[in-house]
Structure formats: structure tokens, C-alpha cells
Design a protein around this ligand. Structure first.
Ligand SMILES: Cc1cc2nc3c(=O)[nH]c(=O)nc-3n(C[C@H](O)[C@H](O)[C@H](O)COP(=O)(O)O)c2cc1C
Length: 332
């Protein structure tokens, strides 16, 4: 196979758009360029106040890249990946040798449409050790890391950091005004129920749906901190790919997930979180994992809005999602 076709592009984009993104901003574009499929940040979708340095855009585009890779692999056209190969291009997928998908690729690909952020309470059932091991390996496979917080001291410590970061963001009137303008991007059905003062973790308010009687959050949530070795723009894209592999591995293992990013968005909280983990590297997002009722889908933009067959050159798509750097070749 010498190059990808428009059909491959559409296949990759259809899977890519199902990736998570901060406040459902969907900050990605997909295009064919020299018979390669490229993932770019869409400057019109980058949230200037909430994501001023482009971290969330790159996480989302990294996750979209991972989905695109799985879709191509599932179609028998796996990709070699170059991250940040040119200014403004976050990932370039070129065809590797054709082969049937592995069982693992097929399983994760099948999980893509079943992954939805689940912000409601989970059942208290613990996540078995073999599943935890699989989740940690999933992050590592994509050059990230996942630290699962063990014990109430670690979980409560994280909760305190997350709550204080949430308070900082709630007091920030510019941030709150930006958030208000995004209401509606996440439907009521996918939002968390109204918070109670005794809730351990902060939840983004996407609606004012009261919670069902007696349905409190799980007392000992399983929290994973997903991170990357560095904190350069390319590390965020790497972390996005690792995040998506972790989320899909969770779904394939029967789990539901939601994300918590307040402690990443507030620099002091992020630093505190990093130090509390006692490891090298940089936290990029927190994931809550557990068993719940199936999560509800959040709408996506039409493919026609995100696929640019003959779109503008990378130099015209230089937004805060863009970052310098070459290298990081891997195969799906
Ligand atoms: C970088 C990033 C940060 C996020 N932060 C949060 C968060 O703090 N709280 C939350 O409920 N969801 C968070 N999300 C999840 C998005 O709100 C969610 O992906 C989006 O609404 C689309 O819904 P879906 O995940 O069900 O497809 C985050 C997602 C990303 C990629």
C-alpha cells in the first residue's frame, strides 16, 4: 500500500471524532496530505481562556489519533505514526505493511463507540487486580504512565487537591464566563447529578439534574493519574494517545470512566499532585474508573466539518494546539 485514500481518511476521522475532549470542544481536523492522514488542531475550536496553552487540545488530538490508528488497523491498513512532524501537525499517519488486526486492536476498536464519560455514581464493587494491571500496561504501551491511587490516604489526598483546584476555578470569573458559553456542548443526560456537600470529588456542573434518592458516589473511587515523562507539547499528544488506550481498555474490561482535570488546570494544584505521587514525570489528567450503568453519548460535529481533504496548509493552522518537534515514530 503506497498511501491512504479518502476512504481511509473518512474511516480514521469517524473513529477520531469519538475521542474525548475538554468540555466537548472537539478541537481536531483530519486531512489527507501526500497520501498520509494528518491530525491537526482546529484553531476555531481551541478554548482560549480554559485551554490557553493548548494542553487540552493536544490531549484530545492525541486521543483522536489513537482512535484513528485503531480504525485503520481494524481495516487491515495499520499506520506508522509520527508525532508533531511539522508545525501545526500533531500526528501524521502513513501506511505500514498491511495485515489483519490483532485481537487486542479489534477489541479496543470495538470499544470506541461504547466509551462515554460516565459522571454519575459507580457501584462500590472493587476493580480486580488483573484489570488494574491491564490498565497500567495500556498507558505504558503508549509511552505514558498510569498511577492507580491505592488506599484512602492517597484517594483523600487527591480529593483535597481536586476540590481546592475546583474552588480556584470557580472563583475565576473569566474562566466561569468561558464555561458558561460552553453550556450545551455536553447534554444534560451525560452530566453529573447535582453535587452534595459530602461528595469526595468535584464534578463539573453541566446541568442541575437532582440525584436519585440514595444514589451516592462510590465511597472508595478508583482514581488513576495518567501522566507523561515530560511536559513539552509533544508529551501532551503522547499522553492523549495513552489516555485513549487506557479508557478503551477500561471499557473493554467492563468498566466505565470519567475524567477530572481541575487539578491539572491549576498550576499549583498540578505541582502538588505531582509531588504527592513521588515519581518522575508530569500528571496530565485524572481518570475515575468503576462499574456503572451505561454512560450516555455526547453529540459530535459532522464529519464534513472536521475532514479537510484539501484544507489549508499547516502554516495556516498554527494555533495553540500546535507544537514543535519531530520524531516519536511508532506503529499501531
Ligand atoms: C483534557 C480533557 C479534560 C477533561 N476534563 C473533564 C473534567 O474535568 N470533568 C468531566 O466531567 N469531564 C472531563 N473531560 C471529558 C469531556 O467532558 C468529554 O470527553 C466530552 O464532554 C465528550 O464526552 P464523551 O467523553 O462522553 O465522549 C475531559 C476530557 C479531556 C480530553
Amino acid at each position: 500500500m503506497t498511501g491512504y485514500s479518502e476512504k481511509d481518511l473518512h474511516l480514521a476521522a469517524a473513529a477520531g471524532v469519538r475521542a474525548p475532549s475538554l468540555h466537548n470542544s472537539q478541537p481536531w481536523l483530519f486531512r489527507l496530505h501526500d497520501a498520509a492522514i494528518e491530525v491537526l488542531a482546529d484553531p476555531s475550536r481551541v478554548l482560549p481562556v480554559v485551554d490557553h496553552d493548548g494542553w487540552a487540545t493536544r490531549i484530545a488530538c492525541g486521543a483522536a489519533t489513537y482512535n484513528a490508528r485503531l480504525a485503520l488497523a481494524a481495516a487491515g491498513h495499520p499506520a506508522s505514526v509520527a508525532l508533531h512532524p511539522a508545525p501545526g501537525v500533531l500526528a501524521r499517519l502513513t501506511p505500514a505493511d498491511p495485515r489483519p488486526p490483532t485481537y487486542a486492536e479489534q477489541e479496543l476498536h470495538d470499544a470506541i463507540p461504547r466509551r462515554h464519560s460516565h459522571r454519575g455514581p459507580f457501584w462500590p464493587d472493587p476493580v480486580p487486580a488483573p484489570v488494574r494491571v491491564r490498565l497500567i500496561a495500556a498507558a505504558r504501551d503508549e509511552d505514558g504512565w498510569l498511577d492507580l491511587l491505592v488506599g484512602t490516604t492517597a484517594v483523600n489526598g487527591f480529593a483535597e487537591i481536586a476540590q481546592s483546584a475546583d474552588r480556584v476555578l470557580r472563583r475565576d470569573t473569566t474562566y466561569q464566563a468561558a464555561l458558561a458559553s460552553l453550556r450545551g456542548e455536553v447534554p444534560v443526560s451525560a452530566g453529573a447529578p447535582l453535587a452534595e456537600p459530602y461528595d469526595l470529588l468535584p464534578q463539573r456542573l453541566f446541568n442541575d439534574r437532582p440525584r436519585a434518592n440514595g444514589r451516592d458516589y462510590e465511597p472508595e473511587p478508583l482514581i488513576g493519574i495518567l501522566g507523561s515523562p515530560g511536559n513539552l507539547p509533544m508529551d501532551h499528544t503522547v499522553a492523549g494517545q495513552a489516555l485513549q488506550k487506557v479508557l478503551l481498555t477500561a471499557v473493554a474490561s467492563g468498566l466505565d470512566t470519567s475524567m477530572i482535570s481541575q487539578p491539572i488546570e491549576v498550576p499549583a494544584a498540578r505541582d502538588q499532585l505531582r509531588r504527592s505521587l513521588g515519581r518522575t514525570g508530569f500528571p496530565q489528567i485524572a481518570v475515575r474508573l468503576g462499574y456503572g450503568t451505561p454512560g450516555r453519548p455526547t453529540p459530535r460535529r459532522e464529519l464534513t466539518e472536521v475532514v479537510r481533504d484539501f484544507g489549508p496548509g499547516p502554516d495556516r493552522i498554527n494555533g495553540p494546539g500546535a507544537g514543535e518537534g519531530t520524531g516519536a515514530e511508532s506503529e499501531a
